[in-house]
Design a protein around this ligand. Structure first.
Ligand SMILES: Nc1nc2c(c(=O)[nH]1)N(C=O)[C@@H](CNc1ccc(C(=O)N[C@@H](CCC(=O)O)C(=O)O)cc1)CN2
Length: 431
């Protein structure tokens, strides 16, 4: 079956200065001949008139042609860079449909790139992250994943497993009586043990990368009226939360997302924790506690001069104690950071503390895998451990093959068909 030729608006929603319409598939050449008169020189921008099938002008734009396999998808591709109005885009899309092209599905260009071996599954995920990156750290992480750094790690691991297996196969094929039993096992054992250790480090990195992808979670907790919502508003620089003098104003957990020096920080404002009779307030307090327990950092707020309820210290979450309303009190010589959301005192210090903690939680030195990778890495290292424990060479080799297959599932070399729909559907149309 020949592949459909697909097209999509790859640039943002109209109206925009310029719109990029991408085309990929076997009919690309024929379509270009039809709508711009001839096939432009590969990889060179040419200014052309774009026409419908009756020869009427639809727009004038820059066109690019990429000949297979030297294109993003590995197929013949073209780009029409046209005036970015809805009407121009609709007119061109209409003509492309009349010529037998169909609209691309979400991620379909990337999928074709994967299917033609231009990029592996790890790089596909990196591209997906790159397109949705909002912070500087997300951009860096996505580039590392999307441009092969992480793939190289997995391929390197898989190569070591292949080498170990080859050693075993050789031993099985050429074993002679003079060989010392177990010598091959010893030779490969050292490297395989090292490999298991590297894998366990990589699994930790998946967790730390989550902080970049999903944000560093900071829960603001404390007694009612301690100034939690005022702090949230002051950090967000807008009135996100309702602030009143009435204790118990915040009932549910409120969130703001902040870009703090390139880190995505999710700040949670919570209901004040106290003994409460009101059902709604009690539920809010439960939510406050669970937000604090699942946070990456707790800001425990209390009004200057009041005593601390220190039960949150058992949550196992790093915390910072904050004395609020510092404008109303003189410093009683306590250790906590003193802030005033009214005067702004201490807010820089809070900012610093959060960014430092986020930076510490993220292990910058490690290539950042993700949760999907982590599951396969865990299985692979289990298989390697089995292989290490297994005295029979045939079974040792089998376990190593199974471990290699798990790594192959990460990069997409080994049966991943069922996964593809999930991964590619996360893309936007046109990617
Ligand atoms: N206009 C435009 N800009 C874009 C893209 C695009 O498709 N179109 N990209 C899409 O995401 C990204 C760039 N990625 C690309 C990756 C590979 C090839 C490509 O044609 N590769 C060929 C030729 C390489 C070469 O000549 O150096 C190849 O790998 O064989 C193009 C874009 C970001 N900017």
């Amino acid at each position: 079956m020949t592949q459909a030729t697909i097209f999509a608006l790859s640039s943002g929603q109209p109206p925009a200065g310029v719109a990029v319409i991408r085309i990929s598939g076997p009919a690309t050449k024929a379509v270009m001949t039809e709508i711009v008169g001839s096939i432009p020189l590969p990889r060179q921008a040419s200014l052309r008139t774009i026409r419908n099938r009756n020869g009427e002008m639809l727009d004038q734009g820059l066109v690019l042609y990429f000949e297979a396999p030297h294109s993003f998808t590995g197929e013949d591709c073209a780009e029409l860079q046209v005036h970015g109005s809805r009407a121009v885009i609709n007119a061109i899309a209409g003509t492309l449909k009349e010529l037998g092209l169909r609209s691309a599905e979400a991620g379909e260009f990337a999928r074709r790139a994967f299917e033609h071996g231009r990029i592996d599954l790890v790089e596909v995920e990196g591209l997906s992250d790159l397109v949705s990156a909002e912070t500087e750290m997300q951009r860096k992480l996505a580039l590392q994943t999307g441009m092969g750094t992480l793939s190289n790690q997995y391929v390197g691991w898989a190569d070591r497993l292949t080498y170990a297996r080859a050693m075993i196969e050789a031993e099985l094929d050429f074993a002679d009586e003079d060989d010392v039993p177990g010598s091959v096992a010893n030779m490969i054992g050292v490297d395989l043990t090292a490999l298991v250790a590297e894998m366990s480090v990589a699994s930790v990195s998946a967790k730390s990368a989550e902080i970049i992808r999903n944000g560093f979670k900071v829960a603001i907790i404390g007694a009612p009226n301690a100034g939690k919502s005022s702090l949230l508003n002051a950090m967000a620089k807008r009135e996100v939360a309702i602030v009143t003098d009435i204790a118990g104003t915040t009932r549910d957990v409120l969130t703001v997302e902040l870009d703090m020096e390139g880190f995505l920080v999710r700040l949670y404002d919570t209901a004040g924790i106290r003994e409460a009779d009101d059902v709604v307030e009690r539920e809010g307090i439960q939510r406050a506690i669970s937000a604090a327990r699942s946070a990456d950092m707790i800001l425990y707020l209390r009004e200057a001069g009041s005593t601390a309820d220190i039960s949150y210290r058992d949550f196992g979450v790093p915390y910072l104690e904050v004395e609020t309303k510092a404008d109303l009190y003189t410093n009683g010589g306590v250790e906590a950071v003193r802030i005033s959301s009214v005067t702004g005192e201490g807010l820089d210090e809070i900012h610093r503390a959060i960014v430092d903690m986020a930076r510490d939680s993220w292990n910058a030195g490690l290539p950042a895998s993700n949760e999907r990778h982590r599951e396969h890495i865990a299985l692979a290292s289990k298989f390697i451990e089995n292989a290490l424990d297994e005295p029979r060479l045939e079974l040792k080799a089998d376990a190593l093959r199974a471990a290699g297959d798990e790594l192959g599932r990460i990069t997409g070399r080994v049966d991943v068909e069922d996964l593809l729909d999930v991964i590619f559907s996360k893309f936007c149309i046109g990617k």
